[in-house]
Design a protein around this ligand. Structure first.
Ligand code: ADP
Ligand code: ADP
Ligand code: MG
Length: 614
């Protein structure tokens, strides 16, 4: 077994690989860019090497920098994760040429599957059913249009070098063909430096079914069953599950056998995924499921397969790369229960799913029995514009599909993220969609009904009242109690907008702190109307608590120091503003709890001022 491993990636996948490596006693080396200097993957690894500026092209995508880092630290092997250099055959070869272990398939297997047209030809030769279409070398637009006509509309134009949902155009009718072709070619040459396209029949009621395969260097290949990733937005997966709903044993056996044939055709080693497209209009049947492409790497959604098989696929990758045999034979693998994963993104569904960047002042993800959270960030992390804004993969395993859905939904409903916006509420809505519950989702569902699924909703009256009560009660003078208090209204600011909230009992006239109101995966900040942001919250006993979640940027006093009323104690940066916290009366610094740089939660005690008598 290898003894040290460099992870040529970032975020959740780097953290996830580090976890398994550590468990196996393997030393880990992280690499990082400027934007990631303080990232969780850097803090989790045994060692970390800086490899360049924030844009991936200048750091994570520069193979030479990664190799240099491996040499410098004496790392024996390189794990590429997914994305970045993972499907770059040239880089894989350079790793091998440098005498290092590449945790992935042989470069020639990556090349064979790298272009969609070549891969489809190879699969046809191996007897794997492929989507009807045109793979020709003749790229003349007139010829392509004629081929599209022969296939029959609607058709899909796909860049052969495409990936990640890019470089694809759906064409519904012949008149639109040439415009779609030109725009597809432009995107393909800009993104992939290759404008060759293929044409495929567009499958109606398409379901995305994929099979996890694994090979070793001794010629063994197994499958670890299928996943269903049909819930997509713009050809990007949103929720993934295993097994696929409605998959009967006969169909499963046929599809998984086709996947193993596909992997054998390229002498596959390591973790790979064979993606199929199914015509789901009449349920799943082997003769209506076709090969789409192979991803020659670990997949984002691999945790659902781990959950239903009880295997650690990263451990499998490391063992296979070390020359060991596959940990299990096909007969030893079975499906246990149901698993579901949602991709929690820093994005704003109400604004067309635009990335929502900024600091994660509050980050709490619910955890249920059977739950798993794979994340590459923690509270205080800045979601930067440089990389994919995924916050976490939230995964739930249950005995049945219904239980997995309910557990995943509960985790998302209990998720609180602020002030960055997330798709948590949208995911909850998607999980509760009748078609999703029935297990008959096609890839177009969000495209058709997405608008209705993202309707912006404020907090319920009950949630607001609960949050407002905590503010008012918190500010009460200790020992002060009134029964039979009259109902009254309090004035507050909800994310900066005025609201009146009915309060059940008495409180002070001047509540001073703020609270996060969270409900169903959404979060808002509630602050008292009178707060100016200029003073911190000091209750009668001199305790200064954080008025909102943020970061302490400066500490102006020392433990034990004498201070005057109004003297600056701390500077807190929160919600993109600076807040100065001042002494509420003359006294001394009795209990200084924080230092500069500390990330603090709303209401956490920062410092206590004792008056002169104490
Ligand atoms: P999955 O099928 O697991 O959703 P994708 O094919 O969408 O995987 O890609 C997984 C990761 O790789 C994503 O982070 C995606 O952005 C990245 N990726 C995929 N293809 C490319 C590419 N051609 N260039 C750069 N990144 C890519
Ligand atoms: P990428 O490399 O970008 O992942 P894929 O070929 O895997 O490209 O296709 C991405 C998604 O596009 C699929 O998951 C599916 O939703 C849709 N898709 C691809 N091919 C077809 C097809 N022939 N008919 C209908 N939908 C398709
Ligand atoms: Mg794909």
């Amino acid at each position: 077994m290898i003894k040290s491993l460099l992870i040529a990636n970032r975020g959740e996948i780097a953290c996830r690989i580090i976890r398994t490596a550590r468990r196996l006693g393997i030393k880990t080396v992280a690499v990082y860019s400027d934007a990631d200097a303080d990232a969780l993957h850097v803090r989790s690894a045994d060692e970390a090497v800086y490899i360049g500026p924030s844009p991936a092209r200048e750091s994570y995508l520069v193979g030479a920098r990664v190799l240099e880092a491996a040499k410098r630290t004496g790392a024996e092997a390189i794990h590429p994760g997914y994305g970045f250099l993972s499907e770059n055959a040239e880089f894989a070869q350079a790793v091998l040429d440098a005498g290092l272990v590449w945790v992935g398939p042989k470069p020639k297997s990556i090349t064979a599957m790298g272009l969609k047209d070549a891969a489809k030809r190879l699969m046809q030769d191996a007897g794997v059913p492929t989507t009807p279409g045109y793979l020709g070398d003749n790229q003349d637009p007139m010829h392509l249009a004629a081929e599209a006509g022969k296939i029959g509309y609607p058709v899909l134009i796909k860049a052969v070098a495409g990936g990640g949902g890019k470089g694809m155009r759906l064409v519904e009718k012949p008149e639109d063909f040439f415009d779609a072709l030109a725009s597809c070619q432009r995107e393909a040459s800009a993104s992939f430096g290759n404008d060759v396209v293929l044409i495929e029949k567009y499958i109606l009621s398409p379901r995305h079914i994929e099979v996890q395969v694994f090979g070793d260097s001794h010629g063994n290949i197994v499958h670890l069953f299928e996943r269903d990733c049909s819930l997509q937005r713009r050809h990007q997966k949103v929720i993934e599950e295993a097994p696929a709903p409605g998959m009967d044993e006969v169909t499963r056996t046929a599809v998984c056998a086709a996947a193993v044939r596909a992997a054998k055709a390229v002498e596959y080693e390591g973790a790979g995924t064979i993606e199929f497209i199914a015509d789901g209009s009449q349920g799943l049947h082997a003769d209506r499921i076709w090969f789409m492409e192979m991803n020659t790497r670990l997949q984002v959604e691999h945790p659902v397969t781990e959950a239903i098989t009880g295997q650690d696929l990263v451990e499998w990758q490391l063992r296979v790369a070390s020359g060991e045999k596959l940990p299990k034979t096909q007969d030893e693998l079975a499906i246990d229960g149901w698993a579901m994963e949602a991709r929690l993104y820093a994005e704003d569904p109400a604004r067309g799913f635009l990335p929502s960047i900024g600091r994660l002042e509050v980050l709490q993800i619910g955890l249920t029995p059977g739950g798993r959270i794979d994340s590459g960030v923690d509270e205080g992390t800045e979601v930067s514009p440089f990389y994919d804004p995924m916050i976490a993969k939230v995964i739930a395993h249950g005995a049945t599909r219904a239980q997995a859905i309910e557990r995943l939904s509960a985790m998302l409903r209990e998720t609180v993220v602020y002030p960055v916006r997330t798709n948590a509420a949208f995911l909850v809505t998607a999980l509760g969609h009748p078609q999703f519950l029935a297990g008959t989702v096609d890839t177009g569902l969000i495209g058709r009904e997405g608008d209705a699924m993202v309707q912006a909703q404020g907090p319920s009256k009950a949630a607001l009242a609960r949050a407002a009560e905590t503010l008012v009660n918190r500010s009460r003078v200790p020992g002060f109690r009134l029964n039979a208090a009259p109902q009254r209204h309090g004035r507050f600011l909800l994310d900066g907008k005025p609201v009146e909230i009915a309060l059940a009992g008495p409180g002070t006239e001047h509540p001073r702190t703020s609270a996060i109101v969270s409900e169903n995966g959404q979060a808002w900040l509630l602050t008292p109307w009178r707060r100016t942001g200029a003073h911190g919250a000091a209750v009668g006993d001199g305790a200064i608590v954080a008025p909102m979640p943020g970061k302490v940027t400066m500490v102006h006093v020392r433990q034990g120091q004498a201070v005057k009323k109004g003297q600056k104690l701390l500077t807190l940066e929160a919600m993109k503003m600076e807040h100065t916290l001042a002494a509420p009366f003359d006294g001394n610094v009795a209990d200084l709890r924080v230092e500069a740089g500390a990330q603090v939660q709303v209401d956490s005690l920062l410092v206590r001022i004792a008056d002169q008598e104490h």
